[in-house]
Write a protein that binds this ligand. Sequence first.
Ligand code: AMP
Length: 445
Amino acid sequence: MEHAAFVILDQSSMSKPLKKAKGGKVRPQLLRGMKDILPQDAPYWDMIRRKARELAESYSFSRVETPLLEARDLFERSIGEHTDIVSKEMFTFTDKGGESIAVRPEWTASACRAYIEHGMVNQPQPVKLWSFFQCFRRERPQAGRYRSFWQADYEVIGDADPVVDAELILILYTFLKELGIQGLVQINSLGTPETRRKYTRGLVEYYKKHARKLCGDCKVRLKKNPLRLLDCKVPECRELVTAAPEIIDFLDDESRKHFMSVLEYLDESEVPYNLNSRLVRGLDYYTRTLFELWPDREGGENIALGGGGRYDGLMKLLGGRDTPACGFAMGVDRVVLEMKEQHITPPRQFQPDVYLAQLGDRAKRRSLKLFNDLRASGVRIIENFSQDGLKEQLGAASDAGVRYTLILGQKEMLDNTILLRDMENGSQEVVAFEKIVGEVKKKLG
Ligand code: AMP
């Protein structure tokens, strides 16, 4: 999927792992397409993580953490051998014991493995699991597409009811809405594996007639993964897509009923959606409902901030009992980009009330413990022990917007006192050193 709206490409994502600096020394750099989350961006991540947890708790999802490394076979069997993720994008290696290992490219397969392995089938169904994690795909780096990225993932395992699909879509929609992003749901149904087979045959028949006009990639897709023909962004191929058969015409009665019911729930919940018969998504395990969420703004088309669907056959494929399931993953990095695009800024998390300023060596030595005592007693306090001048420290205190500054200087050290300065009106009072914790707490109420 292209992301024309995001034109600023992260320089770090294009870097090479090693670069020669002056003097011929080699200095390490990020791997291509990988990214660091730096302090200026961390508040976005924190805000999204908090929202992810809040929604998970409200909707009774339990958190599960799985390892970054899994058996390669887990993803090959679930995502599908001929998908882009498995055939081109997985980071894989053979470890020293000869085992074939993959770095996780997504989480659904890991969640299913955990469900089977820990006998969650014996718990009351459905089992609702969520996680917030990093995953890795060796894709061609571009804006909004990285080789290391974060997802918030929600899975409901053990219930085929369409209300589950609708609830998940509602969670994804609400997630973005409460971050300040208005989304538009793209939805489709892939029916049963039988529907998919019939549809794929129809698609192949249609495309064979136009094979000469296809781009190189699509020629391969026609042989290996025909559904992905619908995803191609090359203009000539896009034209062919317009007249291609639509899956909705191939749906069996049960799947059609299921799909209609999901849509009715969405109507009732006032979630805006667009029936998108071209939506196929790049993983093989989907059955029936399939969805993505795009920002509802000009240029927001095809920017998938999150996506998911139903995967009723996956558990059995992985050796578990036949268990219906549905889930989605939200792409955190892309949501951060979208927040920036829409000038949404995360709220300040820590607002300090007090600044501790110190002057002179003895005062500095005493300040370390005083600071920790005040912090431990619940006062939101900050310091900058690297700064020695009073002017700089008062400046920093005022920039931080604190209500009070405590000043411990040489005179106060001699008198065993400390100054308490009201930052609003500049008045100062002298307080006995041993009473300061109680005095500050009283002032702050
Ligand atoms: P998927 O696991 O492919 O269903 O993707 C779910 C969501 O993860 C997408 O809608 C994107 O928001 C995000 N995503 C997928 N691949 C990448 C990537 N390479 N870089 C950044 N975000 C991604």
